[in-house]
Design a protein around this ligand. Sequence first.
Ligand code: AMP
Length: 114
Amino acid sequence: MSDCLFCAISAGDIPADIVARSDQALAFRDIDPKAPVHILIIPTEHYDDVPAVAEADPGLAGELLALAALVATQEGVAASGHRLVANTGVEGGQSVGHAHIHLLGGRGLGWPPG
Ligand code: AMP
């Protein structure tokens, strides 16, 4: 999608601090971290949100989760605990219209989130 920020990151047109890749997914550090570890996991191809990925390609949805698990280990928050979040739509607080999963960790995370 031509005016999509995460498509531009996926294409390498906008720099990002990439921490891991898989066949069809990419993980990079959030530019405005809400926790010591804050990574975004995205499909390299454009989907509007995570439910759209799950509907169109359940295997790819699984690949996003698998990459998140790999990154959690890599970042040292697999054993200590971490949170995966997929903000979806307006009321879900989604601000970038390209599917992404937040991986947050490195501190105690309260529940429910604010
Ligand atoms: P959401 O609000 O769930 O759509 O999450 C979008 C996330 O993208 C926010 O946490 C932003 O801080 C993050 N973000 C926006 N621009 C960039 C960028 N250029 N590189 C990395 N993360 C970004």
